[in-house]
Design a protein around this ligand. Structure first.
Ligand code: FAD
Length: 230
């Protein structure tokens, strides 16, 4: 079983955590905001969410992600609709609630049009539903009020390829994992949060495990940490 740290418990972090847990992995979500999610109906009023600047915006579960939900998180679009979100049918006939302009004469559906349907709602409601699904998922632990401050590195598994071994939190804990996922949104990171090697664009691509040039690791060496704040 792979241990995974998901940095950030927004819509993407929580959804990814559920999918990874359903694949058999143990996932710990570290979310900087401490407030626990209320019900979808109360989320607009009662959920302080400083970590997401666009929290008061609409949130579209766009068609591609909705398709992923259909396959990996079945029931989620229906739960969103139950929470007050709305289906949008961009290729549907206006007389059936769709968005095709009335000025078009051809409103006949085509095979595959349904792929473009999606769900939209207020972000607090959307995220509250996703958080409820994640909270129920065995294999997912959500730790709110824990801020990731930097990565910790371990011995190189592959020469010249940086190896992330875990994270350091703002209160000084070091948490190790087999895989660290950055789902902390698109806010600019404070200088030093991710060490330069983890940001380098020219990092060599890792080779598949087991390839003839993949060396063994040398466990037991002390990990390195880098200062900084996310
Ligand atoms: C105005 C606007 C409208 C948008 N509309 C849509 C839309 O309709 N549909 C859509 O799919 N996307 C939309 N996006 C993008 C979307 O909101 C997210 O940016 C995207 O889905 C990525 O999700 P995320 O969960 O990684 O990031 P976010 O939703 O930004 O969540 C990041 C999470 O990480 C946490 N975090 C941040 N730093 C740390 C840290 N150091 N330690 C621990 N936790 C941390 C934050 O508190 C937050 O919970 C919109 C973005 C903007 C700005």
């Amino acid at each position: 079983m792979t241990s995974i740290i998901m940095c950030g418990g927004g819509v993407i972090g929580l959804s990814a955590a559920v999918m990874l847990a359903r694949d058999g992995h143990q996932v710990t979500v570290l979310e900087a905001d401490s407030a626990r999610p209320p019900t979808p109906a109360a989320a607009w009023e009662d959920w302080p969410r400083q970590g997401v600047a666009q929290f008061r915006q609409p949130h579209n579960v766009f068609p591609r992600f909705r398709q992923v939900c259909d396959a990996e998180l079945p029931g989620m679009p229906g739960m969103l609709a139950d929470a007050g979100c709305r289906w949008v049918d961009p290729l549907g006939a206006p007389e059936r609630g769709g968005m095709l302009p009335p000025s078009l004469s051809d409103h006949e559906p085509r095979p595959g049009d349904e792929a473009f349907r999606y769900v939209t709602g207020r972000r607090p409601a959307v995220e509250s539903v996703v958080a409820a699904v994640a909270a129920e998922q065995p294999g997912v632990v959500i730790r709110r009020g824990v801020r990731v401050a930097g990565l910790t590195g371990g011995p190189h598994a592959i020469p010249r390829v940086p190896h992330v071994a875990g994270v350091r939190t703002s209160d000084g804990q070091e948490l190790r994992a087999d895989l660290v996922v950055d789902a902390m949104g698109r806010r600019p990171r404070a200088p030093g949060c991710w060490p330069r090697w983890a940001r380098a664009r020219r990092t060599p691509r890792p080779r598949p495990a087991g390839s003839p040039t993949t060396p063994g690791t040398s466990p037991g060496r002390p990990s390195r940490t880098w200062p900084g704040r996310c």
